[in-house]
Each structure stands twice: as C-alpha cells, then as structure tokens.
Design a protein around this ligand. Structure first.
Ligand code: URP
Ligand code: ZN
Ligand code: ZN
Length: 467
C-alpha cells in the first residue's frame, strides 16, 4: 500500500520545509521538494493521496509515560490498551511506552509477562514497556539483565508511597549500580513520601479531607528535596537518571544545576503541570478529585518555570502520565478522605494539541514542539531513527496537523474511556487531521480506521542519550 502526502510543511526537530512524502508499505520511502514534480509521478501509481496543503506533516507522537489498566488503591486505571491506544491515535500519538508493574513479592519477568498479556494483540498503535520496580532484592536485580535483553531497559522507582512502591535510598543505590552496569536507566518518582505521609496523617486527623489537601500535603519543597537526593545517589553511582512527571520549580532547579555540572540527568514534565494548577484541585463539590495526581498540581507560578525548562532543554520532553480514573465510581473512593482518591489524570489524547498551544503562545518553536513530543522521546527511549523523524527509512508514523483548526476539549467528544475531561471546555488552536501508523491510515475524516492488534511491541534499544 503506497500513500503520497502532498503539499504539506514537513516539521522535524531540525526544522521545517515544504515537502511531499512517499509512504511505501510500513515505511517512509522518500521526501521530495514540490518543484521536483516527483509527487505527481508518485501519485499516478499510489493507492492514496493525502492533501496536506496548509498543514504540517510531523512524526507521530511518542508518549513515554502511560498507565493502561494499572492497579492502584484497589481499582484499575480505566483505559484498556485497546481504548487507550485508540485515544492516543486520535490525538496523533502513534507510540506509547507503558509501565509494567512489579507487585511486591513477585518477579520482574512475571510482571513483564502480565503486561504482555494485557497489551499484545490489543493495541491500535505501537507500544513498549518500562518496568516499575517495587521489590529491590538480589533476584530482581539479576532479572534486570533479562529485561534489558527483552527491550525493557528503563526502570521506575518511587521515593513516594511508603508501604506500596517506596524504595529506600539503599535500594535505590543498588538499583542505580545495576543500571550503570547494564547501560539501562532508572526513572524516578521523586517525592519525599516519608515526610508526606506525616503531613497526610496530620491533615486527616484535623478533619481536612478535601481533594485540595492532596496538594497541600505534598509541598513542592518535598519534590525538590527528593529530586536532589536522587541526583546525589545517581552521581555517587555514576548512573544516569530520568525524573518522571516533574512538576515543581524546586525540582527543576535541582535538575538544571546537575545538568550544568555535566551530569546525565534528564526530566520530563506533563501537560497537566503546564496548563492546570492547585486552583483546579481546590474546585468545590469534590470536583477537585478529578485533578488528584502525584506529584500534585502546583500553584500557577510554577508553569512559567516549566516552559522555561522546555525551552532550555533542562526539561527534555513531555509525556502525559496518562492514568485515568472515572469520577463517578473511582475518584469517589476518596470522598471525605483525599488519601483514598486514586492518583492520576487522563491525557493521552491531548498531548500534541496542548503542546501546540505552546507554539501558538510563543513559548516554544515549531521544531521544538516536534522535538519534545516525538524526537527526543524516540532518542531517549531507544526508538530512533525508526520513530521520531520524518525521513526515508523511518516507520511511516505520520501526523497531518491542521494548525489553524479550532477545537474545544470535552468528555463528550474525547475517546479516552473516562467520564470527565481535565480540560473540559478548553479552546485550542490546531487539530490532528490525519494519522498514519506504520503506513496504515488510522485517523482521517474525523473517523478511526485502525484496529486493535495493529500495534506492535517495540523491543527498545538503550537510550541514545547515554555514553
Ligand atoms: O498520580 C499519578 N501520577 N499516577 C500514576 C502513577 C505515577 O506515579 O506515575
Ligand atoms: Zn510516579
Ligand atoms: Zn506515572
């Protein structure tokens, strides 16, 4: 099946230029300048021609942080791999990297098997896995080699959630030593969970149970402190470090300082920290529960710092931390006790569109939009140049994006399997027009044309940001 995408502006992380794109089978076969006349020749024998005049042609988005069907606090995140990857496709994301979860007392490899059982044959776009390590012991550490061999070479640990996922500094140190030995990378949820649990207990004892207390009991200083501690442990071990879902200016300061010394420290932020704030957590009538995630949404003044970090590359990329829980049945579990509200915000469908507002508002350049949403994730997570670039030989994961279209986000129109939108009523400029996943048109004419099972598992190479 060959497709010609003609007349669009191809945007890569390196710049933008007008070009026609030939897709042959699952790959990009060629790019040609409009003056060459090649597109007309290609079109004569192509099965499909997509007119991209006035639109951008960008590499499919790569969301390096999702949680489909993830167990949390006695329930499961509401998107399956099928519904979540279909929603991703609607939003121009053609690859997700989801977190397989090692439950305490189980092995990493059984966690990996469990995640394959959920995802294989069900995804509409390509997918890979990170591993959540909740039990650091000799046997888990030995299994790291087999995980790396299987294309899962990024391991998330938690300085938060004592008694659940929490790892001690000693355990983190040991895991970092193993990462250093194997060329893999530790991803850190950096919040001081021991101190936070005291603040949570105090708030509940004083009868403060509303959702906003979730934010007030997890102050930004405790993300900054944990981030600095993780960076120190990484420095001692010589291991690289990747900070997930960075939300606070204090944490960004620690990352910036470490990077300025040349340390291999990387961080992502998420759209919710760029566009939502503590004010949303404080919404009345339990509405704030919709915005409970960890780290929590911060006061608005952190947002400018995060945009600064994205411009200067102290923040390398943006992932969603998509972790949907329905308001009606799941967030409800924490009414009166914010500590029981399942943690997570839906967003896999909206990352490209929300980040495009950064271009519209002059926060980031057009190529930087592509870089933080596709190219850097591809390089960071060992998928480049198969993914993350519009170039001959790359997978034909392509998005035709209409920068002038207008849309209003709403739960009544989104495709995620969740009963609310964290961005309800937000008006955006720009919209996904057409999406190809490995050469197959999966979104066009406001309809989904893909299929669960089209998505393939991606055994990832080691990060290209490491020596
Ligand atoms: O609240 C969040 N972020 N839920 C997902 C799990 C995690 O810590 O990333
Ligand atoms: Zn986390
Ligand atoms: Zn997460």
């Amino acid at each position: 099946m060959s497709t010609v995408i003609s007349g669009g502006t191809v945007v890569n992380a390196t710049g933008a230029h007008t070009a026609d794109v030939l897709v042959d089978g699952e790959r990009i076969a060629a790019l040609a300048s409009p003056e060459s006349g090649l597109a007309q020749q290609w079109a004569a024998s192509a099965e499909r021609v997509v007119d991209a005049s006035g639109k951008y042609v960008v590499p499919g988005g790569i969301d390096g942080h999702t949680h489909m069907e993830m167990p949390f606090g006695g329930t499961f995140s509401a998107d399956t791999f099928e519904t979540g990857t279909i929603a991703a496709a609607w939003g121009g994301t053609t690859t997700i990297v989801d977190f397989a979860v090692q439950a305490k007392g189980t092995s990493l490899l059984s966690a990996l098997d469990g995640w394959h059982a959920k995802a294989d044959g069900n995804c509409a776009v390509d997918y890979g896995f990170h591993m959540i390590v909740s039990d650091v012991n000799d046997s888990s550490l030995r299994e790291v080699d087999a995980c790396v061999e299987a294309g899962v070479n990024t391991f998330k640990m938690f300085m938060a959630y004592p008694g659940v996922f929490y790892a001690t500094d000693g355990e983190i140190l040991r895991a970092m030593q193993k990462a250093r030995e194997t060329g893999s990378m530790i991803m850190m949820h950096a919040e001081n969970g021991i101190a936070i649990d005291q603040l949570v207990a105090q708030a509940l004892a004083e009868g403060r149970g509303d959702p906003v207390e979730h934010g007030l009991t997890r102050p930004p200083e405790l993300e900054g402190e944990a981030t600095s501690r993780a960076i120190a442990l990484a420095r001692v071990t010589g291991a690289p470090l990747y900070l997930v879902h960075l939300s606070a200016a204090q944490a960004l300061d620690a990352v910036t300082a470490a990077r300025d010394t040349g340390q291999n420290v990387f961080a992502e932020t998420c759209p919710q920290y760029l566009f939502l704030s503590l004010e949303d957590l404080a919404r009345p009538d339990f509405e704030g529960a919709k915005y409970v995630a960890s780290p929590p949404l911060r006061p608005k003044d952190h947002q400018a710092e995060l945009w600064r970090g994205l411009r200067t590359n102290d923040l390398s990329l943006v992932s969603t931390d998509h972790c949907p829980f329905c308001f009606a049945e799941q967030k409800e579990l924490g009414r009166g006790d914010f500590s029981k509200i399942p943690n997570g915000i839906p967003g896999v469908e909206h990352r490209l569109d929300l980040l495009h507002q950064g271009v519209v508002r002059g926060e980031i350049s057009l190529p930087r939009w592509v870089e933080i949403s596709s190219t850097t994730p591809a390089r960071m997570f060992g998928l480049y140049p198969r993914k993350g670039v519009v170039a001959p030989g790359a997978d034909a994961d392509l998005v035709v994006y209409d920068p002038a279209a207008r849309q209003t986000l709403s739960a009544s129109t989104h495709h995620m399997n969740v009963d609310y939108s964290a961005y309800e009523g937000m008006e955006l400029t720009g919209k996904v027009d057409t999406v190809l996943s490995r050469g197959r048109v999966v979104i066009s004419d406001d309809a989904f044309h893909g299929a669960a099972g089209h998505g393939k598992f991606l055994a990832r190479d080691l990060s290209q940001y490491l020596l």
